[in-house]
Write a protein that binds this ligand. Structure first.
Ligand SMILES: [Zn+2]
Length: 274
């Protein structure tokens, strides 16, 4: 084993870390479950399972032992497969923030740990999409699972919180190191970036990423993961301070208060109708 820092650098772009492998598993129409494998012990955890069957197929193919479910929040497209997984693999540890998580065995809150074999994630509390939403941050490996709070180019809808709460939650995520891989809950990237371009048409990083995402999706490939650095450059929900974004909003809504929360809330409102 090398040092922790070396571990996070090795082949992380392809989802292979020194002792951790991440396998995205498409679910339903556009969801992702992620199989997190501890290569040292061949133990695995599944982040956000909507459908058990495709997950169990990957578990079998990879010859790993499923030991834990790590749901980010209680929506059916993130826990719908829990019951079937528990029936197929008795004794699984099921982490989660609130009682709405099917099969919950270990209740966690901000700062708590969740483990998959020898791998350890820190729980980051990021409410607003739901009041029980959490992220799993594997600090040593430089990877975070953000569910429906942070997407590539977007953020989740505000079902159980408001704009101020979401800004706080997103701030917790963008405080992570820039090279952290961000594994998100839905393949919404192309549309998210198309929307972002209506607010920042001159953002070059954004234009380039939209072109890339369009090609990826057209060829049937996915756009996960992204990175914290890329999101800071291209995600309008992290760019409430952008001069161009503010100028666009001011032109379209002259009466808009230009506070961070008001800019964010207007961006969210426009995206809801996009
Ligand atoms: Zn959700």
């Amino acid at each position: 084993m090398g040092s922790a820092r070396t571990g996070s650098m090795m082949d992380s772009r392809r989802g292979t870390y020194q002792s951790m492998k991440v396998i995205p598993i498409p679910q339903l129409a556009d969801n992702y479950a992620y199989l997190v494998v501890d290569e040292a012990t061949q133990s695995a955890g599944i982040v956000d399972c909507a459908e058990a069957r495709p997950v169990l197929e990957v578990v079998e193919r990879e010859r790993v032992k499923l030991v834990a479910i790590l749901p980010t929040h209680h929506h059916y497209d993130h826990i719908g497969g829990n019951q079937d997984l528990l029936a197929a693999v008795p004794g699984l540890t099921v982490y989660g923030f609130d009682q709405r998580i099917t099969g919950l065995t270990v209740k966690v809150s901000h700062g708590d740990r969740a483990s998959v074999g020898g791998l350890e994630a820190r729980v980051i509390y990021i409410p607003a999409h739901t009041t029980g939403h959490i992220a799993y941050y594997f600090e040593r490996e430089g990877a975070v699972f953000t569910g429906d709070t942070l997407f590539a180019g977007g953020c989740g809808r505000l079902f159980e919180g408001d704009a101020a709460m979401m800004i706080q939650s997103l701030a917790r995520l963008i405080g992570l190191p820039d090279d952290t891989r961000v594994y998100f809950g839905h393949e919404y990237t192309e549309k998210n970036l198309r929307f972002a371009l209506t607010l920042e048409p001159n953002n070059r990083a954004l234009r380039e990423k939209h072109t890339w995402a369009t090609a990826q999706v057209a060829s049937g490939a996915s756009t996960t993961p992204t990175t914290i650095a890329a999101e800071k450059e291209t995600n309008p929900f992290l760019r409430w301070g952008s001069q161009e974004l503010r100028r666009t909003l001011k032109e379209r809504f002259p009466d808009l208060t230009m506070s961070d929360v008001a800019v964010f809330a207007k961006t969210r409102e426009l995206k809801d109708a996009f």
